[in-house]
Design a protein around this ligand. Structure first.
Ligand SMILES: Cc1cc2nc3c(=O)[nH]c(=O)nc-3n(C[C@H](O)[C@H](O)[C@H](O)COP(=O)(O)OP(=O)(O)OC[C@H]3O[C@@H](n4cnc5c(N)ncnc54)[C@H](O)[C@@H]3O)c2cc1C
Length: 535
C-alpha cells in the first residue's frame, strides 16, 4: 500500500481542520480515517434534528459509564460518528471560552496557547454574521450566527437575567463579563454548519486528500518507539495505512486514550490487566479527565407558551418540520438552547464561573442511549454547570478486544470546589426563574422539584437527574512535564511521529462549549505541524 505523509484519525472538528490545512500543500498526501459515514442524513442539517441522531448507533457512539451517584446510575456518553464528528450532532452553541483560561493554559507551561495567540486564530476561523471587529472574524470557514427566538418567554428570560445584573449581549463571545443573550450558533441560513461543512467538504476533491469512511482504527502501528501507521477495520475487514511523517489521533477525548492504550501506550498496570502488551508506560493516558456535570431544572408554565404543545405530538412535529423545510425557521431551526448566560456564583469573583443554557421546552425523564421525549404540558428547561470543574475521572480499556466497553469513571463532583459551586449554580438557576417577568410565567418547578433544598439533596439531584456536559477533556493532556501525555506541541511523549490533536489534550476547561475551542486548537496545531514539515 502507498504510504501517506500524514494519517489523521477521526473527522470531528479537529480532524476536519487538520485535513483541510495539511492537504493545503499539494505535495503532501493526507489520509483522513473516519469510523462513521458521510454526513448526508437530513437530520444533521436541521439544527434541532440532533435528538434522533443521538439515539441512532449509525450516527452516534454510545459509551456507557461506570454506575455512579445515589441511584448507581449508568449514563451513556454520546459522541458523533460521521463526517464532522460531534459537531454534526451537537447542540450548535458557539462559544470560544474565556481569555483567562487560555492564559492559564499557557501559564501551566504551554507556550503559544494564551489568548493573544488564540484570538487571531478564532478570528481567522470565523465567519461571524455580526461582522468583523476587534474580537470577531468575518470571511473565515466557520459560519456563526445568532438565532433570535420568537417565543415571548425568551425575552422574559433575558429580562430576568438583566435584573440579576447580567449584561444583555448580542454577541456572547464579545466579553468575559457576566452576560446573557440569544445563543451564538454554528448555523448558516437555518442549517447546521458542522466542522465538515466548514473545513472538509470544500476540500474533499483535492487529489492529495483521501477520506476513508466506515473505517474504525483500533491501534497505532509502532516500529520500536516510532509510529508508522494505523491498523483497523474497514467495512468489517482488517486494514492498515502507513504514515511516513506522522500519525495524528483526532478521535476525541474518549476514543483517543482508547486507541493509545490498545496500542500499548498507557498505564502499565491497566494495560497488563486488560491483556495488552505494554509498549510505553504512560500513566496519564486516560487519566486527569474533567467533565461538566450538568444540573437540570424544569418548570411548568402558567400559560400555553413554548414548544411543548407543538413538538410533543407527531402531527405537531410534522408541522414544525414543514415550517422548517419551507422557511428554514421555527423551533427546529434553533440551537439546543435558545438562551445562554455566563455568571458568577459569588460577587467577589473576578470572572464568571457558571454557564446556563435555557430552552422553551421540557422533556420526559432521560433514558440511557435513547433520544429525548418532549413533555405534553408547557414547560421550560434550564441546564447549568460550573465552568471549571477540577474533579478528575478516567477512561481505561478493560480488554485487548477493541469492541469491549471501556471503564469510564466520570468521578463527578468529587472535590469540595465542584460540589460547593454546583450547589451555588443550582440556587442561581432557581433565583433566575423567580425573578421579574419570568417569575410570572412559572406555575411550579417540576425537576428536581421544590422538595430539593439542602446542599446534599441538590448534589444528589444533579447526579441522578442531570446530564454529562459532552465536554470531557484532559485524557491526553498537554504540559511541560515528563508525565504529561503530550508536550505543548501536542507530540506524544515516548513515541516519535505521533501526535494527539483533539479535546483530550486540554488539561483545564476553557469555559463552556468546546466545538469552537477544539477547532481553534486544531488550527494552531496545523500551524505547528506545517512549521515542522514532518519528522
Ligand atoms: C451531544 C453533544 C452536544 C454538544 N453540544 C455542543 C454545543 O452546543 N456547542 C459546542 O461548542 N460543543 C458541543 N459539544 C462538544 C463538541 O461537539 C465537541 O467538544 C467537539 O466536537 C470535540 O471535537 P473532537 O474533534 O475532539 O471530537 P469529536 O467531535 O468527537 O470527533 C471525533 C471523531 O472521531 C471518530 N472516531 C472515534 N473513534 C474512532 C476510531 N476508532 N476510528 C476512526 N474514527 C473514530 C468519530 O466518529 C468522530 O467523527 C457537544 C457534544 C455532544 C456529543
Amino acid at each position: 500500500m502507498t504510504p501517506f505523509d500524514y494519517v489523521i484519525v477521526g473527522a470531528g472538528p479537529a480532524g476536519c481542520v487538520l485535513a483541510n490545512r495539511l492537504s493545503g500543500d499539494p505535495g503532501v498526501n493526507v489520509l483522513l480515517v473516519e469510523a462513521g459515514d458521510l454526513d448526508t442524513n437530513p437530520l444533521i442539517a436541521m439544527p434541532r434534528g440532533f435528538n434522533e441522531l443521538l439515539g441512532d448507533p449509525t450516527t452516534a457512539w454510545h459509551y456507557p459509564t461506570r454506575p455512579f451517584g445515589p441511584t448507581r446510575r449508568v449514563e451513556h456518553w454520546v459522541r458523533g460518528k460521521t463526517l464532522g464528528g460531534s459537531s454534526s450532532v451537537n447542540g450548535l452553541v458557539y462559544n470560544r471560552g474565556h481569555r483567562v483560561d487560555y492564559d492559564a493554559l499557557e501559564r501551566l507551561g504551554n507556550p503559544g496557547w494564551g489568548w493573544d495567540e488564540m484570538l487571531p486564530v478564532f478570528k481567522k476561523l470565523e465567519n461571524n454574521e455580526l461582522g468583523a471587529s476587534d474580537v470577531r472574524g468575518a470571511g473565515g470557514p466557520l459560519h456563526v450566527s445568532t438565532v433570535d427566538g420568537t417565543d415571548p418567554l425568551l425575552e422574559d428570560v433575558i429580562a430576568a437575567g438583566t435584573e440579576l445584573g447580567w449584561r444583555r449581549m448580542r454577541d456572547l463571545n464579545e466579553t468575559d463579563e457576566e452576560r446573557i443573550g440569544y445563543a451564538m450558533a454554528t448555523i448558516r441560513d437555518g442549517q447546521r454548519w458542522s466542522a465538515a461543512n466548514a473545513f472538509l467538504h470544500p476540500v474533499m476533491d483535492r487529489p492529495n486528500l483521501t477520506v476513508a469512511l466506515r473505517t474504525v482504527v483500533d491501534r497505532v502501528v509502532l516500529a520500536g518507539d516510532r509510529a508508522v501507521g494505523v491498523q483497523g477495520r474497514q467495512y468489517g475487514q482488517g486494514t492498515e495505512a502507513l504514515a511516513t511523517r506522522e500519525v495524528i489521533l483526532a478521535t476525541g477525548s474518549i476514543a483517543t486514550p482508547r486507541i493509545l492504550q490498545l496500542s500499548g501506550i498507557g498505564p502499565a498496570d491497566v494495560l497488563r490487566s486488560a491483556g495488552v502488551d505494554v509498549a510505553v508506560d504512560r500513566p496519564n493516558v486516560g487519566a486527569r479527565m474533567r467533565e461538566h456535570r450538568v444540573f437540570m431544572m424544569q418548570f411548568r408554565l402558567a400559560e400555553d407558551l413554548g414548544y411543548n404543545k407543538l413538538l410533543s405530538t407527531e402531527a405537531g412535529q410534522r408541522a414544525a418540520e414543514d415550517e422548517y423545510q419551507t422557511t428554514r425557521r421555527g423551533p427546529l431551526a434553533a440551537p439546543l438552547s435558545d438562551i445562554v448566560g455566563f455568571f458568577k456564583t459569588r460577587p467577589d469573583l473576578d470572572r464568571p464561573d457558571a454557564q446556563i443554557q435555557i430552552a422553551p421546552f421540557s422533556i420526559l425523564p432521560l433514558e440511557p442511549g435513547k433520544s429525548l421525549q418532549i413533555e405534553r404540558e408547557p414547560g421550560m428547561l434550564c441546564l447549568g454547570y460550573i465552568l471549571r470543574p477540577d474533579s478528575e475521572g478516567s477512561i481505561h480499556v478493560t480488554s485487548a478486544d477493541p469492541d469491549t466497553p471501556l471503564d469510564i469513571d466520570a468521578n463527578y463532583l468529587a472535590t469540595e470546589h465542584d460540589r460547593t459551586v454546583s450547589v451555588d449554580v443550582f440556587r442561581a438557576m432557581r433565583r433566575l426563574f423567580a425573578t421579574g417577568p419570568l417569575a410570572k410565567r412559572i406555575e411550579r418547578e417540576t425537576v428536581p422539584g421544590p422538595g430539593v433544598q439542602a446542599d446534599q439533596e441538590i448534589i444528589d439531584a444533579g447526579l441522578t437527574l442531570g446530564t454529562p456536559g459532552y465536554h470531557a477533556i484532559g485524557t491526553c493532556a498537554m504540559g511541560p512535564d515528563d508525565d504529561d501525555v503530550v508536550d505543548p506541541r501536542l507530540r506524544v511523549r515516548g513515541v516519535t511521529n505521533l501526535r494527539v490533536v483533539d479535546a483530550s489534550v486540554l488539561p483545564i476547561m476553557v469555559a463552556g462549549n468546546l466545538n469552537g475551542p477544539v477547532s481553534a486548537l486544531a488550527w494552531r496545531a496545523a500551524d505547528l505541524i506545517l512549521e515542522e514539515g514532518g519528522a
